[in-house]
Design a protein around this ligand. Sequence first.
Ligand SMILES: C[S@@+](CC[C@H](N)C(=O)[O-])C[C@H]1O[C@@H](n2cnc3c(N)ncnc32)[C@H](O)[C@@H]1O
Length: 280
Amino acid sequence: MGISSEVKDDIFIRTIVPNIFTSDYEDSNSDSEEDYLESEFEYKSNPTLENYSDNNKIVIQHLTSTSRELVGLQVWRGAFLLGDFILHHVQQFKDKNVVELASGVGLTSIVASKVAKQVVATDVNRGNILPLLESNIKKNSACDENKTCDKVKVCELDFFWDNYSNELFKNLQDSDIILAADVVYIESVTRNFVKTLRQIFQISSKSKVCYIAIEKRCEAKKGGEIIAPMFEFFESCVQELHNAEINDKKVLVEQLSIDFPKYFVYTRVAELTLWKISYG
Ligand SMILES: C[S@@+](CC[C@H](N)C(=O)[O-])C[C@H]1O[C@@H](n2cnc3c(N)ncnc32)[C@H](O)[C@@H]1O
């Protein structure tokens, strides 16, 4: 059965392509050329970027339904939340080396490239995920006169790895900011995502901060009790990192408020959460 991102319910995508909600589309689980949509995601300007002429839109090719293995071919709300966060905290990202884990179609990395010094967008090498990420970055470079996307490098990174290639190792070591959106939906992926954060800290003498956007997905138990098992599992994994000492540096985990302004058009549901994990 196909899995669809909650973004599909957001009114703006309905406006762009009215026919994606037909049952034929829902059942589709393939990723042939014609299933891909090209959506323009507009965002408001941040007055801090005053002297910067921006086209205020990101063009993304994506699917609206995939198998669980290929959810990276869709856009998820967490990517917009991180996009908003970056656009609202421009000074924090200015001149920084950013690595995004599980970039999917690349929306967050593309936003980060507007302000950061360098961005490394990573994901698993599965299906069309890395080629689509690469082509979305090229597409946005082509339609943006500032060519900020030229600062984005795509690299394979699997949370299940214990070792990294020399180039990736160096990029992780040099990073100032790590980003990740919507990586909590399967227990093994969640566990290995948090393990990856720990590994990145272990190989780095440089302090860093991670911003992680997670949508809390709730379900009802037979008796009617509402639970969010994956989210609770994530909380328990990051709790183990909290206060850990790695290379004489302290790891601190905190949940941030999401009451900063919205720049993108999407539904900022109460289930969206934002986490900050600082190292050093
Ligand atoms: C729900 S999608 C979120 C994609 C994107 N961050 C967004 O918010 O639109 C989950 C992402 O986790 C990635 N992922 C799944 N397993 C992974 C693994 N073992 N290592 C790294 N990334 C993985 C998927 O490929 C996908 O890009």
